[in-house]
Design a protein around this ligand. Structure first.
Ligand code: XMP
Length: 321
């Protein structure tokens, strides 16, 4: 790996912002760039940097892949609008679910999402807009884990030897690639972003598909989306690094209203971590866990079993897929 990490001690957020804005402006020149906003910290900070560098020459898209959390596409677009950044919402739900159909292997699912995102959807947007550059918020940890073969982060391309110009018809610009999450948050703060934006818990590129073990059908995504609401409402005020609900592929026997119910299993994960490279389960209060389980079994249709993950990363990973 030839990318040089900028360590926190060496990071001057203001100088970083000036430097990256200059680089983006130099590289794009008089042309335009398209920008992939997911609403996560990394892509939001990238969007703000690029907006500062390019103004109206930046075309920012939020791709609704059908795998986002409840109300997320509209909320992200509205939050950026409040910061003066126009974002176009692109409905690509059908394309993503078609690509995921029948896929159960984690890496096959990630590959399907990567291909749909970069080739099908952004390939089309780039062609239509005539912008030869795509901005995205890849960070150092994404590269590190993918190159180490731990898990293919969906946004890693050049570092895997993929020539984006030849493969998709555009060049990728990654202004945050030398930073880890803490550094990205410092830059977000220095850019004047609201804290709830630069301090959002991370959310994976493959979105809720990373939290459905087995096939990510519209129905199974809808189920994990409801379970996610329960976990996020219960843990939003906690200091945990990340928390999530995972839908298992296996079903288990339950009993409801005196009848056997062969139902779904939800696993709750809640992590303490600095940088997602290592993590340990948060010591949650038992009453909080019980309350989540009660809501899960009453509000999420068909759920009869709720568990809490106690393993550390490694050997676990933060997401289940
Ligand atoms: P894992 O599951 O590998 O996750 O321990 C480490 C961190 O990265 C996030 N994550 C992803 N982010 N694309 C992303 O942009 C991905 O494919 C992906 N997979 C995991 C995860 O949420 C955690 O913060």
């Amino acid at each position: 790996m030839t990318i040089r990490e900028i360590l926190l001690d060496d990071l001057n957020p203001q100088a970083f912002i000036d430097d990256q804005c200059r680089r983006i402006a130099d590289q794009v020149g008089t042309s335009r760039a398209v920008n992939a906003l997911s609403g996560g910290v990394d892509s939001s900070v990238t969007t703000m940097l690029a907006h500062r560098a390019l103004g109206a020459r930046l075309l920012t898209y939020f791709i609704d892949n059908g795998l986002m959390r409840q109300g997320e596409p509209q909320a992200v677009v509205a939050a950026m609008k409040r910061l003066g950044v126009p974002v176009e919402l692109v409905d690509a739900r059908r394309e993503f679910f078609a690509a995921l159909q029948g896929k159960t292997d984690p890496e096959d699912k990630r590959q399907a999402i990567t291909d749909t995102f970069y080739r099908t959807v952004f390939g089309r947007l780039v062609r239509e807009s005539g912008a030869p550059f795509l901005l995205q918020g890849t960070i150092y940890t994404d590269v590190e884990e993918t190159v180490a073969g731990i898990k293919r982060q969906h946004n890693i391309l050049a570092q895997l030897g993929i020539d984006t110009q030849a493969a998709f018809g555009y060049q990728v610009i990654e202004p945050l690639i030398q930073l880890r999450k803490t550094g990205v948050r410092m830059v977000g703060k220095a850019l004047g972003m609201p804290e709830q934006m630069y301090h959002r818990p991370p959310f994976p590129g493959p979105a809720l598909a990373a939290r459905v073990i087995g096939e990510a059908t519209p129905e199974r995504i809808a189920l994990v989306r409801k379970a996610t609401v329960v976990v996020e409402e219960a843990l939003a005020g906690s200091a945990a690094f990340q928390y999530m609900a995972i839908l298992h592929a296996d079903r288990v026997t339950g009993v409801r209203d005196g009848k056997r119910e062969y139902g779904f299993q939800i696993e709750i994960r809640c992590w303490d971590s600095q940088d997602a490279v290592t993590a340990s389960p948060t010591r949650l209060d038992f009453a909080v866990l019980r309350k989540m389980a009660d809501r899960m079994t009453s509000e999420v249709p068909g759920v009869v079993s709720v568990t809490y993950n106690l393993a550390t990363k490694p050997p676990s990973t933060i997401e289940a897929v």
